[in-house]
Design a protein around this ligand. Structure first.
Ligand code: C5P
Length: 244
């Protein structure tokens, strides 16, 4: 069975519902970025066939950020469907769905990849959405500092067989220490020093996140909204390799 080494580097978030627009963005970053992240906006508009139409002819690993969260049987079915249809390199599910859900997703992905003769995706767990602060968490019945919940869910994700977690740049160092070198840490909330912060609240530069222990650094608009997308992606990759 083919296996995956740990995916790394700059993954560009392509957040648009529009297939031609997404194609333009991907064409611009081909050969520079380490991969492309497609999320719910593109997936809900274009479906799995839109994802494969976009990625099948380009040699860019796909991070499919669809954050599945349901009962284990349903998530396992959804994982089978997207793995078969889109062959992602990285796939997200919610760690708060619990151990049985994560295990079912992991088993479904390995079985499906095996049947297809491809490498299974690295499934990573979403712990606590960074849009929620401690007061929001309190209102949904979750007491205590959010970092405690992040660490608890990250440990559960890895114990349940996932490759790692998605986390904020400010959680990377503690999660790297908790989970060890093998865990895959995928980090959005990234802004190069020369780019607009926009609606992101707490950001790090790509190089800072990498130094803190990030494997995959995710950024979108600093590249997709740049006048010269390729140059913006090249600049980020150069900054990251300088930290080596
Ligand atoms: O354009 P920007 O760099 O802000 O895009 C970041 C991407 O990472 C978006 O697709 C966003 O949904 C995602 N993301 C994030 N923060 C999280 C989780 C995911 O910005 N905590």
């Amino acid at each position: 069975m083919p296996t995956n080494s740990k995916p790394q580097g700059l993954f560009v978030a392509v957040d648009t519902p529009c297939l031609p627009m997404a194609k333009d963005m991907i064409t611009d970053i081909r050969g520079v970025a380490g991969g492309v992240k497609l999320g719910l906006e593109f997936f809900s508009a274009q479906g799995p066939s839109g994802v494969s139409a976009l990625t099948q002819d380009v040699d860019l690993p796909l991070f499919l950020d669809v954050k599945f969260h349901d009962i284990p049987n349903t998530v396992a079915g959804a994982v089978r469907s997207v793995v078969a249809a889109t062959k992602p390199r990285v796939l997200t599910i919610h760690a708060s769905g619990g151990a049985a859900m994560m295990r079912a997703a992991q088993v479904a992905s390995v079985e499906t990849a095996d049947e297809l003769g491809v490498a299974p995706p690295a499934i990573v767990g979403v712990t606590v959405l960074t849009s929620l602060d401690d007061a929001d968490l309190d209102r949904v019945g979750q007491k205590g500092p959010s970092l405690d919940q992040v660490r608890r869910l990250a440990a559960l994700a890895v114990e349940s067989g996932l490759a790692g977690v998605v986390c904020s740049p400010f959680e990377v160092a503690v999660l790297r220490a908790d989970l060890g070198d093998d865990a895959l840490l995928v980090v959005p909330g990234i802004r190069p020093s020369w780019a607009a912060v926009g609606d992101q609240k707490r950001v790090m530069t790509p190089a800072q996140a990498q130094e803190a222990g990030a494997d995959i650094v995710v950024t979108g608009r600093p590249v997709t909204e740049a006048e010269d997308r390729r140059a913006a992606a090249q600049r980020i990759v150069a900054e990251m390799s300088n930290t080596g």
